[in-house]
Design a protein around this ligand. Structure first.
Ligand SMILES: [Zn+2]
Length: 562
């Protein structure tokens, strides 16, 4: 090595840790043996490292699953040999792989349905018709990822649309939010419904002018599950679902995600996919608080942090209130125009205390879903109580979503070292829903800027399927605070492109205690990176969402190439 400082390459992983904490998973002191040898890959381009000591680099080499050296081209050239693959992307931008700290990668069930998240109703009809051709008689045709508010047609899908496309099969088009679906006439007929059939308790068959519209909500969906032949979600299908989901995510630049409410079948599916070389993301697995897998892990003495860099057990997940996008979160002030509606709580204070105590006694970190300020206050009460007797490294308990905040909440989160995971694409994607909160309240919702100003390492979170996971959409949403139609929601919460990119990378790593392993491009860390067509700093902020992902690399292996 010529005139570069070895410490700059090899010591970087430790000095780059944010927030003055040493991560439990920081690479051990690297020795020459770890990094010596001919590089597998040389990448030359504008590399945004997310390492504050060396924010922009010109070249990087990788060896095995790690970054070997990063700096100027001259500095890394000693590692390059005849067998090194050379990737010259001088016209493009390289960033660390993106991380999603709260998602549900297997909710879409794409292995057993056709994705109908398409721009026009006509596209949906064609997709369903194609799916019907592949489906045996009597079996359901399933559409997944439907969104009623996003068609250029500016109306929702209805029964007649589906009848046009599919007559002989029953069709069930599930909304991405999980609470409604649209069915066709064949489905209604098989379920034995007539226009006079009553709505079930807790459900509704939507009707208009003496006819079903095809839209069904909540428990009204249940009658369809009892008739016809549904696809079987067996072990092979679930493995296939992981393959599809992780491939789709890799195509958007994600290299790590989180299953924020996992069950036993999910954990097995991730492992099966990995064994077959089909797992295209790293996963932080958060078992559901009332799941069998959580009791089993506790029984086995396995807590948060167990696993390796591909599949690791994260915090246990509980849920304390309603939802932001479906407007049921628990708030101290009412919803717009509904003076009696303050949302709903789903756990009592006592239940939260008990859940947290039991989890911590079993070596689990805790992540509790709390959207509204009332629920957040209750979760903080429990975290503050348990932390009183805590010694050693802060366990980084989490508040999932943490949507509506105030100054007192920010102060308490900072003091307790708690990590909030607010929705990162919601402002952009769900704009039509924010009317119910009003412009004023939106200044304190999904409050990325307030968290950063308070020195809180706010994490990146999609909550897919309800929220899109695309990191470019997330960056645009946090930077512009504009929805798809261009309306601004909570402009005081706008953050810079650099801050948004740090949230989507190094903050994501911090949220799973893995900042010593990933989240920035530093020698010794995992070679997880993305090649973007353009630098998000250099395009019109309203067009960040259109930046193309050219290549995604996970641990030195390509998981996506355009
Ligand atoms: Zn969730």
């Amino acid at each position: 090595m010529s005139n570069f400082s070895r410490r700059r390459f090899l010591g970087g992983a430790v000095t780059a840790l944010p927030f003055g904490l040493t991560g439990s998973l920081a690479p051990k002191n690297l020795t020459a043996a770890n990094v010596a040898g001919q590089a597998d890959m040389l990448i030359v381009g504008k590399i945004l490292t997310m390492n504050s000591y060396n924010p922009v680099a010109e070249a990087m080499t990788t060896l095995g699953d790690r970054v070997q050296a990063i700096g100027s081209l001259e500095e890394v050239m000693p590692f390059v040999g005849a067998s090194t693959e050379r990737i010259d992307v001088r016209d493009h931008t390289v960033t660390p792989g993106f991380i999603d700290s709260h998602s549900h990668p297997l909710f879409a069930e794409e292995a057993v349905g056709v994705n109908v998240n398409l721009p026009r109703i006509e596209d949906v009809k064609q997709a369903l018709a194609r799916q019907a051709l592949k489906t045996p008689p009597g079996h359901w045709v399933r559409g997944v990822m439907y969104d009623d508010t996003k068609f250029t047609d500016e109306r929702a899908l209805n029964k007649d649309d589906i009848d046009d496309a599919v007559k002989n099969h029953p069709v069930f088009v599930a909304h991405r939010g999980g609470h409604t679906a649209v069915v066709n006439s064949r489905a209604i007929e098989m379920a034995g419904l007539t226009i006079d059939s009553p709505d079930p308790f807790g459900g509704r068959f939507f009707r208009e002018n003496g006819e079903f519209t095809g839209k069904v909500a909540e428990h009204a969906m249940d009658v369809f599950f009892k008739v016809g032949i549904w696809p079987i979600m067996d072990r092979n299908v679930r493995q296939e679902a992981v393959k599809i989901s992780s491939k789709n995510m890799a195509a958007t630049g994600l290299t790590s995600t989180t299953d924020a409410f996992g069950n036993k079948d999910d954990l097995i599916a991730y492992h099966d996919a990995r064994r077959n070389g089909e797992l295209s993301f790293r996963i932080s697995f958060m078992p559901g608080g009332n799941s069998k897998v959580y009791s089993g892990l506790k029984e086995a003495g396995i807590g948060s942090g167990f696993g390796d860099e591909m599949i690791r057990i994260g915090a246990v997940k509980f849920s304390a209130d309603g939802s932001a996008s479906e407007r049921t979160m628990s708030m101290s002030t009412p919803y717009e125009g509904k003076s009696e509606d303050f949302g709903i709580l789903t756990m009592t204070q006592e239940e939260i205390f008990e859940a947290v105590e039991d989890a911590v006694a079993h070596d689990f970190r805790v992540g509790i879903h709390a959207n509204g300020d009332i629920a957040i206050d209750m979760v903080l009460n429990a975290y503050e109580k348990i932390l009183k007797n805590h010694k050693g490294v802060n366990p980084r308990h989490r508040i999932e979503h943490c949507s509506l905040v105030n100054d007192e909440i920010l102060t308490r989160i900072k003091a307790a070292g708690v990590i909030p995971t607010p929705f990162y694409t919601y402002v952009y994607y769900h704009g039509n829903k924010w009317v119910d909160y009003g412009y004023e309240k939106m200044e304190n919702m999904f409050a990325h800027k307030s968290f950063l100003d308070a020195g809180i390492p706010v994490a990146p979170a999609s909550d897919y399927t309800p929220g899109p996971y695309e990191p470019m959409m997330a960056i645009q949403s946090m930077v512009t605070r504009k929805d798809i139609r261009g309306r601004e929601w909570g402009p005081s919460q706008k953050i810079s492109v650099s801050d948004a990119m740090r949230i989507c990378t190094i903050h994501g790593a911090y949220a799973s205690f893995e900042e010593g392993l990933k989240g920035s491009l530093v020698a010794g860390k995992l070679a997880d990176f993305v090649i973007l067509d353009k630098d998000p700093h250099e395009v019109n902020p309203d067009e960040i969402v259109n930046i193309k992902i050219l290549k995604t690399v996970l641990g030195g292996e390509t998981t996506f190439e355009s």
